[in-house]
Each structure stands twice: as C-alpha cells, then as structure tokens.
Design a protein around this ligand. Structure first.
Ligand SMILES: Nc1nc2c(c(=O)[nH]1)N[C@H]1C(S)=C(S)[C@@H](COP(=O)(O)O)O[C@H]1N2
Ligand SMILES: [Mo]
Length: 424
C-alpha cells in the first residue's frame, strides 16, 4: 500500500466512532472502496480452530515471533558468560513474561532438580541448617512484584550513543511477581543470637553454578525485604532465572539476586568477592572507585516510539509510552520531553507507582509529524530526579560502566523512524 492509500489513524478513529454509532463503512473503506476484511468471508471464519489438546503449554502466536530476547555478539567472548536483553520495546504493562526476560549468567544456566536442591545456612548462627525444597515450602509465603536490573544496564552508553534500540540500551531489566519465603524467616529459624550485635553483620550468599556469583549483603537488608523465591509470575522459576530457588533483593543491583542459591553464611565482614570488587564497582571522574553501589537509582526510558518501534502512522494521535523504576521506592512522576529536555509534559502513570517495581507511563499526545528528541525523566518518592547524561558524567567521568541511570534520547524523524542519539 502506498502512503497515500494508508488510512490515517485519525480517519480510522473517525471510522470506529461511525461504526459504534451503527454506521458501517470505516474511513479507509469510504476512501478506497469496500474493505475486503469486512465484506468478504475470511478463511478463519469457515474452519475449526485448534482443539484444546493442541497446546498443553502455550507459546506466543507465530506473528509475535520477533518479541524475543536478543544478545549482542560483540559484547562477550562466548554465550555462557554473557547477557541477553528483554524486548521492552514490544511489551506493554509492567509484568515481564519469563520466556523473554533477560538472562545474565557467569557460567551458563544449570539444570538442578528440586529433589537435588539444598540450601545451607551457616556461619554466625545458633544452629546451622540445611533445607530441602520441600522444607522451604513449609514456611509462610509472600508475594511481591519487583524489578531486577543488571548494574550493567545502559553501561555501553557512557561514552556516547551506542546501541540502537531500547531492548539493547535498557533491556537488562525484568519485573515479575515473586512467591517465596522471606530471608528473615529462614535466618530466624537458624537463630541469630550467636551473631551478637546485628548492626555490623553480613550475609554472604552464593549459587550452585560453577561461577557461584558470591555476594555480601548487609544484615539490615537481609532482615528487611529479601526473599528466597521459588515462583515467578505464578509458575516455577525458569531454569535460566535460577530454578528451583533464587534470591530476590528488591531495588538492589541484579548481581546480588543470586540464582540457584545454595548457601547463606552469616559473617562478621563483607567477603569482598570478585563480583563486588573488580566487577560491579563504579569508577568516578577523579579516577577513584566507589566501594559499594547496591541500590539502583531512579531511571526511565521511552519504549515506544523507539528505534525498534518506529511510528507507523502519520501526524495526529500518538501514544508515547515507557517504563520507570527506582530502587529507593515508588515512582511518583514521569515527565516526557519532545524537544531534547527544553520543555516537559507530565505523563500519565498507568497505576500509582509501586515500591521497587516497574511503572508504566503514557503520554497520549498529538504528533505534528516533525522531528522529536524524545526523552523521559523519572522522579521517585524520595524526591530524587533522574539525571541528565552530563550531570552523571560530572560525578562519574567517561570511564564508568555500571549504574548508568541517565536520561535517554531518541531522535524520531518525520518518517517515524527513531535513532539513539545524545543531546548536550
Ligand atoms: N548463581 C548465579 N546468580 C546470578 C548470576 C550468575 O551468573 N550466577 N548472575 C547475576 C547477575 S549479574 C544478574 S544481573 C542477575 C540476572 O538474573 P536473570 O538471569 O534472572 O535475569 O542474576 C544474578 N545472579
Ligand atoms: Mo548483572
């Protein structure tokens, strides 16, 4: 279809209004003759569809086959110690289906049967314990929705606009409803008298995979909201997300969310493992490094339009949408700019922000068909405002990688295509 023949969204909207009023022809049909999709009997209306035995466990319909995780080949030397990205440009709402939620492994995703699963709690506890999976199921459970963001998300963008798509710049994030037992419950089961004053104690958590991905977590956080989770979005964790049990550390960097968790040791000091020293540490502008950066600061991104989700209609009604989140609590406001941050409009939050969970925002707007420098800016309940790239570089310089929460810019062109750019 040529552009001229393409019904405009406005004509379509007018057409639907006419249809709702009991009239038949849609705008397009009025302009171009009868619409065959309305006037002709279609194949799908004269045959039987699939029976209920066709798909015991459903997958997306074939027409959605591009809504998949993707990796960037040059980023890592091999795929077992690597990362892929959530197709956030193609999703809506806030819950990430497990099947397309990003994966990050340091030594591949292992296959561990529930029967072979054990979780040990040892160190400065009254009674060291080993739990089986069945043991964990007998403790009171909680349900919470939380985002998990890898500290490296957006890390490739420090020196300049790099990867052309929200999936690649911001897709190291997922948001799921977890079911599990609070870590507090399990630590109390082992008893913390032996630990004495808890204010300066830690837990060291490690996974059953070859990398072990060991991390130290301050006791205050361990006793606050950390979950030992075995279900996500209602079903068992997928293998790649830590089946059968992973740690959920709300608001804190993804690296601490240990998968296939096998041991929790109460310690007097942080272990200072590889994952919390040479990796996941932030270099500052003056060349020194910040020791710990656990909490993921407020951040947002426009998911559509974006490079992989161009505008496919002409001027007129346009839905701009995206995601916002903060490791410090709930998102309270998101602003959208069409002119690279000169002027801002406040977006509509689909629901009030929830603590340490993704928030969906919409700006229902009119596009004049001209260039836009699209940005979004998140604010959280602490009053924190998502910084510009320049503000972040003032503190962190150009050599940082992790914890890049700066404002993202998409250049949307009159033909609807969008490109990753940087504005100064
Ligand atoms: N045991 C173990 N846990 C792990 C990792 C790992 O390689 N091994 N990767 C960590 C990192 S860096 C991140 S960002 C998150 C990613 O979780 P996901 O693969 O479910 O997205 O898991 C963390 N937990
Ligand atoms: Mo990560």
């Amino acid at each position: 279809m040529s552009d001229m023949l393409k019904p405009s969204r406005r004509a379509f909207l007018r057409g639907s209004a006419a249809a709702a009023a009991g009239l038949t022809a849609a705008g397009a049909a009025r302009a171009n003759g009868p619409d065959p999709l309305i006037t002709e009997v279609q194949d799908w209306a004269v045959v039987f569809g699939d029976g209920v035995d066709a798909t015991p466990y459903g997958l997306p319909i074939q027409y959605e086959s591009d809504v998949v995780r993707r990796n960037v080949e040059w980023l890592t030397a091999d795929t077992t110690s690597s990362i892929n990205f959530t197709p956030i440009h193609a999703l809506d709402g806030t819950i990430t289906p497990q099947g397309c939620a990003f994966e990050r492994h340091h030594s591949g995703a292992i296959e561990l049967r529930k029967e072979d699963y054990r979780l040990m709690i040892n160190g400065l506890v009254d009674t060291p314990l080993v739990f089986s999976y069945a043991d964990l199921e007998r403790f009171p459970r909680e349900n919470h929705v939380y985002f998990c963001e890898c500290a490296a998300n957006t890390g490739m963008e420090w020196a300049g606009a790099q990867l052309n798509g929200a999936q690649f710049t911001h897709g190291m994030i997922h948001n799921m409803e977890y079911t599990g037992v609070s870590l507090r419950t399990l630590l109390n089961e082992a008893g913390l008298e032996a630990a004495g004053d808890l204010s300066d104690k830690w837990v060291y958590v490690e996974g059953a995979d070859a990398s072990s991905n060991g991390r130290s977590i301050p006791m205050e956080k361990a006793l606050d909201d950390v979950l030992v989770a075995f279900k996500a979005n209602g079903e068992a964790l997928r293998k790649e997300h830590g089946y059968p049990v992973r740690l959920v550390v709300p608001g804190w960097e993804g690296n601490m969310w240990v998968k296939w968790i096998r041991r929790i040791e109460v310690t007097a000091n942080a272990v200072e493992s590889r994952e919390e020293t040479s990796k996941y540490t932030d270099t500052l502008a003056d060349g020194t490094s910040r020791k710990w950066t656990w909490v993921m600061d407020a951040k947002s991104v426009v998911t559509s339009p974006s490079p992989q989700a161009p505008i496919t209609h002409g001027a007129g009604p346009l839905v701009i949408t995206g995601l916002a989140w903060s490791g410090h609590g709930a998102i309270t406001r998101v602003d959208v700019s069409k002119d690279g941050g000169k002027t801002w409009e406040t977006a509509r939050l689909a629901k009030p922000g929830e603590k340490m969970a993704l928030t969906r925002f919409y700006l229902d707007t009119e596009w004049n068909g001209e260039d836009m420098l699209l940005q979004s800016r998140a604010m959280d309940e602490t009053g924190y405002v998502q910084p510009t790239k320049a503000q972040l570089r003032d503190v962190r310089g150009y050599n940082s990688i992790y914890h890049n929460n700066c404002i993202q810019t998409w250049h949307v062109k009159p033909n609807g295509e969008a490109e990753n750019v940087e504005v100064s």
